[in-house]
Every structure is written in structure tokens, then in C-alpha cells.
Design a protein around this ligand. Structure first.
Ligand code: NAP
Length: 282
């Protein structure tokens, strides 16, 4: 058995790319650790976390459907970092030898790091359009906070955008976040320097672009959070218009690298992790 065990808890978890990325990182740095997948049903989550130390687990990633329940549990039994508390969701847990749990969320920081370092886009003072208002959009927007000049958000489900706006305004200047309906979509996007696709449109090879290519204006940067293929239709369309565009593989990598750094205290071997991710995707 490895000295330290890490892993992903979710339901389901079997298609995760995280083991390839994290195990490659442990191997590259000579750390005696392994990263496993744990399919845990929601009603068994608390028990799993309670027994984590007894099972030699030093750290976890948390995915759907456990991110909010894990936050609630750690709020009672451990400590939450500021970003996870503000977002209301945990995707990374560090477990001390005495069993103390500390909850983090690396989705927003991972998105931010990839946006700046991979896409070359600095969001501060810019106008940003986010398509989709689910968990991923929320993580990105709550991390961007008051940095951008304005954030526009649109979702086919209006309850999601309304919830997001209500949450955002508890922490930030609500005038910066505008919910956009279909009617003014085109005009609002025209004002923006960055488009983020935070919908699942693009996950399937046959998916169209979630927005018409005629709406992609000159100079727009495009970040598609979908990461399971080298290019989505949105990214292909943007590239054909010579726009800076990328898929979410960089975000996946960066959120994993930040989690690795939280667990081990070592600098993540990002190039090794990127290579492992790309190979696992094939
Ligand atoms: P989610 O909670 O299901 O949220 C997506 C939202 O988009 C839903 O409210 C959905 O509405 C809405 N939507 C669907 N089609 C739309 C359209 N054409 N126009 C506007 N809104 C639309 O999903 P999520 O967990 O936030 O994930 C979103 C995407 O981000 C997924 O592709 C996921 O793989 C990706 N992601 C990437 C990373 C990364 O590291 N790169 C991390 C997390 C998530 P309905 O529910 O009504 O369909």
C-alpha cells in the first residue's frame, strides 16, 4: 500500500481523468502516494468522510453530486477556506493525520489561472459573457468577483441565473452582474471581450456551437469549459475566425495542480500532468 492515498469522491466517477493526472504527478516527484476513484452514494458521504483517516486517505477531490454536501459537513466538522465558503461548494479536501478536514474549491482558481496563463486573457476591468449558470459558471463567476467591469450571464433556465445573481450580490457589487435574456443576448455579447461557455453543449461530438458563429466578433476571446475533446464546434468556429479560443482542459489541469499543491505542499509538475491528461483523453 502507498504511504498516502488520495482520490476522487463522486457518483459516478468512472470516467474521471484525475487519476491519470495526479498519479503522474506523484510519480514524477517520487511521492509515495496513489490516487483512486471512490464511487460514493450521497447517503454514504458523511460516513465516508468520517472514516477517511482510518482508511489512510490524506486528501480528496469532490465531484457531482457531493460538492455542496461536503461543504456543509466540513463547515460543521472542520474548516473551510474563504473561497469555498463564499462559493458554497467544496471540490478539494485536505485531511490531516489527526483527521481534521479542511475544505477548498479549486475550480474558480483553476479557471482563472488557465484563463490568464493559457488563453492570455486578464479579466480585470473587462466585460465578460458567461453562457450557462450551473455549478461551473457559479465557480468561475464567484471567483472573478468584482474583478471584471461587468459580467453578463445567460441560461435557458431562468431560476439558475436568478439564484446565481442572488448569491453573487451577497458578496459583490450586484451592478456588475447582469442576467441576460435571449432578446438582448446579441447586443450584450457585442460589448464583451471574453465569452465563456459554461453549458454542457459541446460534450457530444455532434453538438452544435451553443451560439451562432455570426455573433462572434473580432477580438473576442473564447473559453469553452468543455474539456472532453480537443476542440468543440464553438472553439472550431472561433479559430476559423482567428479568435483566441480554447477548451477547458487547461482549467481541469489547473484545478488539479492547485489541489495537488494543497495536499502535498510541493509545486505541481504541470507539464507532466498536462501530458498525462492528454494521453488519458485519447
Ligand atoms: P450544469 O450544472 O448542468 O449547468 C449548465 C447550465 O447550462 C444548466 O443550467 C443548463 O440548463 C444550461 N444550458 C444548457 N444548454 C444551454 C444553452 N444552449 N444556453 C444556455 N444555457 C444552457 O453543468 P456544470 O456542472 O455547470 O458544467 C457545465 C460545463 O462545464 C460542462 O460541460 C462541464 O463538463 C464543464 N466543466 C468543466 C470543468 C473544467 O475543469 N474544465 C469543470 C467543471 C465543469 P438545463 O439544466 O436546463 O439544461
Amino acid at each position: 500500500m502507498a504511504k498516502h492515498t488520495y482520490g476522487l469522491i463522486g457518483h459516478p466517477v468512472k470516467h474521471s481523468l484525475s487519476p491519470a493526472m495526479q498519479n503522474a504527478a506523484f510519480h514524477a516527484l517520487g511521492i509515495d502516494a496513489e490516487y483512486l476513484l471512490y464511487d460514493v452514494e450521497p447517503e454514504k458521504l458523511e460516513n465516508f468522510l468520517k472514516n477517511a483517516t482510518a482508511n489512510n486517505i490524506s486528501g480528496l477531490n469532490v465531484t457531482i453530486p457531493h460538492k455542496i454536501q461536503a461543504k456543509t459537513y466540513i463547515e460543521r466538522k472542520g474548516t473551510l477556506d474563504e473561497n469555498a465558503a463564499r462559493l458554497g461548494a467544496v471540490n478539494t479536501i485536505k485531511i490531516a493525520e489527526d483527521g481534521t478536514l479542511c475544505g477548498y474549491n479549486t475550480d474558480g482558481p483553476g479557471f482563472y489561472r488557465s484563463l490568464v496563463e493559457d488563453l492570455g486573457f486578464e479579466p480585470e476591468g473587462k466585460n465578460i459573457f458567461v453562457l450557462g449558470a450551473g455549478g461551473a459558471a457559479r465557480a468561475c463567476i464567484m471567483y472573478l468577483g468584482n474583478g471584471p467591469k461587468r459580467i453578463f450571464v445567460s441560461d435557458i433556465d431562468k431560476t439558475k441565473t436568478d439564484d446565481l445573481k442572488a448569491h453573487y450580490k451577497k458578496y459583490y457589487d450586484e451592478r456588475r452582474l447582469t442576467v441576460v435574456g435571449e432578446g438582448d443576448f446579441k447586443d450584450r455579447l457585442k460589448e464583451c471581450e471574453l465569452l465563456v461557455n459554461a453549458t454542457p453543449v459541446g460534450l457530444k461530438e455532434s453538438d452544435p456551437s451553443p451560439i451562432d458563429a455570426s455573433l462572434l466578433h473580432h477580438g473576442l476571446y473564447v473559453y469553452d469549459l468543455v474539456y472532453n475533446r480537443p476542440a468543440t464546434e464553438l472553439v472550431r468556429k472561433a479559430n476559423s475566425l482567428k479568435l483566441h479560443a480554447m477548451t477547458g482542459l487547461g482549467m481541469l489541469l489547473c484545478q488539479g495542480a492547485i489541489a495537488f499543491e494543497i495536499w502535498t505542499g510541493a509545486k505541481a509538475p504541470v507539464a507532466v500532468m498536462r501530458k498525462a491528461l492528454k494521453e488519458a483523453l485519447k
